[in-house]
Structures are given as structure tokens and as C-alpha cells.
Design a protein around this ligand. Structure first.
Ligand code: G6P
Length: 466
């Protein structure tokens, strides 16, 4: 039997509620289906050298976690991963702050991941590495002699070569990606960007007509695998949570007002400042809605030690305060802005209660909240999704109201259109999107990626290790 081994920086430990962000939710539901091993950082930093992994087994999934040295973690996670790669990959090159020290820590943590994972590997494992924190891990494992099929999936966007070239070590990054047998992206756009990098570094001949990439005697499959959700789970979570105290308290407090809802990690890529401005403009230009709508924005704090995140937090507090100060009444608060997280099921209950879902990132790999909003709706009376056309999810959810998140007036109009949309149009759009979500759910995503990985073992495409 082959075993699936997932590796990611952030893992969703049993008995803790899932970390916000699509990655942990996606990998957990993939692993619950297939069983296997999940290896990653345990969430703690220490002052000593990392010890051997802690192992826990729950519901067929083995969790192996390591702790990382505080100083190194700071440079690897806050520094290189989130102050260099994250802004650059989301096309915010001005937000990037590169240093060689950070890059060395990033390389070193990847080396530690490889060393600690190696003794846990079995001869028939399929290794699946997730996200930008761990791009060099495949090369490190190959250097240690691992010959098993190895895949990499990027949950965030991949930038075009002209943006990637801003990174001093962009060619190493591209080379590292070619150590994997399968490299997966969220959208065709990301794949095209990857191709632009491969062509730049290895020449156009590396891109073969069958879509594979040929570098020396290695063949790599680079493909699009848009991540999906567990549709049935979200549907039932939303329905069941509607009857819970916490969701009831929220819906009772609306006293008949329409609910508009956003759920995002507090991240500058999510477009929250622009979203707040659009809402303010909506209240200005459609005053008949004053006192008739409540916008709840849930934005759990994220990466608080990174400066750009502290800055955006301040900007949002001011923006929410400004709108409430200007429009609130003694019995009405236009924006309820919460920096806390809720269990996943509760969030699905909140989303189900919303007439409008606002998902307007400035750039996003996929955005699973958009998909969850749709699946959580009551099909008989569904709410309307307003979705940024710069989110990966917009490719699949073309029946949402698509907006440019920078276009404050456009988003404000979309809010009005959503609130006044007739029931049959809402139902049609919802049904269209549900079809897409069911066709490409989380099980399909896992299956397609694992099949691609398994196929790399076929004799004709077997790659030479190391
Ligand atoms: C995004 C990334 C994930 C990350 C998540 C939460 O979804 O693609 O890799 O785990 O955000 O961010 P955090 O920094 O808390 O892990």
C-alpha cells in the first residue's frame, strides 16, 4: 500500500481548531480520506536545537511535529516566507524586504525539515509538499537519497517571471521547483507564470508539446489542480450550526436587518481597506440602506510580528471607526469588526445567515471562503457572493458577482445589486456554482494530485533520483 505523506509549515493539530487559511483545512480533509502522515512545525519555538518529531495518531492520520529555534523561526517564517515570498508572490513587490540572513534561515529550516522527516519515510510513500515555506525541501530530500515520487503544491499565486526576477535568488527557486516530479498550481494563470520562468531559465525547448517540462534527463509535470472544499461537510456544518446558541445570538441581534459578511485572515492581500471604503461609499450613495444592513467582518489576527500586518491592522481600525462614527445610530452599528477566530462550523453557520458574502482580495491563490460561502447557503433562499476577479476562485465561480477589488464604486454597486437580486436569479447563480463545487471538491483535488504523483512511477516517465 502506498502511503500519503503531506508536509507543510502549518499543520492542524488534533483537538486544536483548524488554523485559519485554506491550506490546513484542505490538507486535513485530504488526509482524513486517505490516511497517512502529516509532518510540519508544531507551533512552538524553542531556544535549543530542534529535537526529534513528536508523534500523535488520530483517526488514521499520524501527526509528526517539530519545534524550531526561535531566532531561526523568526527569520524563516516572519522574514523570508512572509516578508519576501508572500508579498512578491501576491504581486506586492514594494512590500518585499529581502535579506541574505533570512534566506539562509529559510534554507536551513528546509534542511532541518528534510533531516527530521527522512527517518519517518517508508519505501512506498508518496511525498506531497505544500506551499511557499518549503520550496527547497524536495531538493534537500533528494540530496539525502530520497527517490520516491515527490510533488509540490503552491496554495498561493505564482508570479510571472518579470515579477519573480525581483528576487535575487529567483533562479535557485525555479530550480528547486524542478526537483519535484509534479508541481501543482491553483490556476492556469499561475501555471503560465511558472512556464514563463522555466522558459527564461532553461529555454523554450524545456516546455514540451505534451505540457511536460524536460530539463536534462528529468521530466516534470506542472499542472493546474484548483483546490476544492468538502461540500457535504460545509452544507451540514452550516445547517447544524444555524441552530446553535452562538449563531442564534448573532442572527437575533440583527433584528431583521440584512447581513453582509466577510471572513478573512487579517492580511493586506485580502483587500479589507478597499472593502471598508466600498461599504462606506455604498452607505453614502444608497442612504435608503442606513439602518437596514449590518456588515460583520471577522478578521482573526495573523502574522502579527510582521510590520505590514501591524500597519494594515491600524488602518482597518481607523476605517471601521470612521464609518461607524459617521453612520452609526444609537440602535445600529454599520460595521461589526472582530479580530477573533471561531470554530469552522460556527463560521459556516454565520455564512449561511448572510444575504451577501464579500470576498474581495487584491490577489489570492484560490480563496476557500468564497467556496465555503456558496456551499453554506440555504439553496431555497441563497445569499449572493461578491467575489474579486483577482482571486483564483473567480475562474470557477463565474456566477458570482465579480468585481475589481480596487474599484470602490464597482464594489459599492455590487453590494446594492446583491441586496436587490430577485430570488430566481439568486437560485440560478447558486445552483451553477454548486455544480462547479461538487465537480471539483476536495476529494477530486486529492485524487487528481495523487494520481499524477503515482503516474510518475510508470517506467516510461520514471525520473532518476538526485
Ligand atoms: C495561507 C497560506 C498557508 C498558511 C495560511 C495561514 O492560506 O497559503 O500556507 O498556512 O495562509 O497563515 P499562517 O502564516 O498562519 O500559517
Amino acid at each position: 500500500m502506498t502511503r500519503l505523506v503531506c508536509v507543510s509549515n502549518r499543520i492542524s493539530l488534533p483537538r486544536k481548531s483548524a488554523a485559519p487559511g485554506g491550506l490546513a483545512v484542505g490538507i486535513l480533509s485530504a488526509l482524513k480520506r486517505t490516511g497517512g502522515l502529516w509532518f510540519g512545525w508544531g507551533g512552538e519555538t524553542i531556544e535549543t536545537e530542534p529535537a526529534d518529531p513528536d508523534i500523535h495518531i488520530r483517526e488514521g492520520v499520524t501527526y509528526a511535529t517539530i519545534d524550531l529555534r526561535r531566532a531561526e523561526f523568526e527569520l524563516y517564517y516572519n522574514g523570508y516566507s512572509n516578508d519576501v515570498l508572500w508579498p512578491l508572490f501576491h504581486y506586492f513587490s514594494k512590500g518585499m524586504r529581502y535579506s541574505n540572513e533570512q534566506r539562509e534561515a529559510y534554507e536551513n529550516v528546509n534542511r532541518i525539515f528534510a533531516q527530521k522527516l527522512l527517518p519517518l519515510l517508508q519505501p512506498r510513500d508518496l511525498i506531497w509538499v505544500h506551499d511557499y515555506h518549503l520550496i527547497p525541501l524536495g531538493r534537500r530530500l533528494r540530496e539525502l537519497g530520497v527517490q520516491r515520487p515527490m510533488g509540490f503544491f503552491l496554495h498561493i499565486p505564482f508570479p510571472n517571471i518579470e515579477m519573480l526576477r525581483v528576487l535575487p535568488c529567483y533562479s535557485e527557486l525555479l530550480r528547486d521547483l524542478t526537483s519535484y516530479d509534479v508541481v501543482g498550481f491553483q490556476t492556469h494563470n499561475d501555471l503560465r507564470s511558472f512556464h514563463s520562468g522555466i522558459e527564461h531559465l532553461f529555454g523554450a525547448d524545456a516546455l514540451r508539446p505534451d505540457g511536460r517540462i524536460r530539463i536534462g534527463d528529468r521530466t516534470i509535470r506542472a499542472e493546474v489542480f484548483p483546490i476544492g472544499i468538502d461540500v457535504a461537510a460545509v452544507e451540514s456544518e452550516g445547517l447544524e450550526a444555524s441552530a446553535t446558541d452562538v449563531v442564534r445570538r448573532m442572527t437575533d441581534s440583527l433584528v431583521g436587518r440584512s447581513l453582509m459578511m466577510g471572513v478573512d485572515r487579517l492580511d493586506y492581500s485580502k483587500g479589507l481597506v478597499e472593502r471598508f471604503s466600498a461599504y462606506q461609499q455604498f452607505l453614502e450613495t444608497h442612504p435608503e440602506n442606513l439602518g437596514r444592513i449590518t456588515y460583520i467582518q471577522i478578521a482573526p489576527l495573523s502574522r502579527t510580528d510582521v510590520r505590514a500586518y501591524a500597519e494594515i491592522r491600524q488602518a482597518l481600525e481607523q476605517a471601521a471607526g470612521r464609518t461607524n462614527g459617521r453612520f452609526a445610530d444609537t440602535d445600529w452599528t454599520p460595521i461589526r469588526y472582530l479580530n477573533r477566530n471561531f470554530p469552522h462550523a460556527t463560521l459556516m453557520g454565520f455564512l449561511r445567515a448572510a444575504k451577501v458574502g464579500l470576498v474581495t482580495p487584491l490577489r489570492d491563490g484560490m480563496n476557500l471562503v468564497a467556496k465555503e460561502f456558496v456551499a453554506a447557503q440555504d439553496p431555497a433562499d441563497p445569499g449572493v457572493l461578491i467575489l474579486s476577479n483577482l482571486a483564483g476562485a473567480a475562474r470557477e465561480l463565474s456566477s458570482a458577482l465579480l468585481v475589481n477589488p480596487y474599484d470602490v464604486r464597482g464594489v459599492s454597486h455590487a453590494i446594492q445589486a446583491a441586496l436587490s437580486m430577485p430570488l430566481n436569479e439568486r437560485r440560478e447563480r447558486h445552483a451553477d456554482m454548486m455544480k462547479v463545487l461538487r465537480r471539483n471538491d476536495i476529494a477530486a483535488w486529492t485524487r487528481r494530485f495523487m494520481e499524477a504523483l503515482e503516474q510518475t512511477q510508470a517506467p516510461e516517465s520514471r525520473v532518476r533520483a538526485i
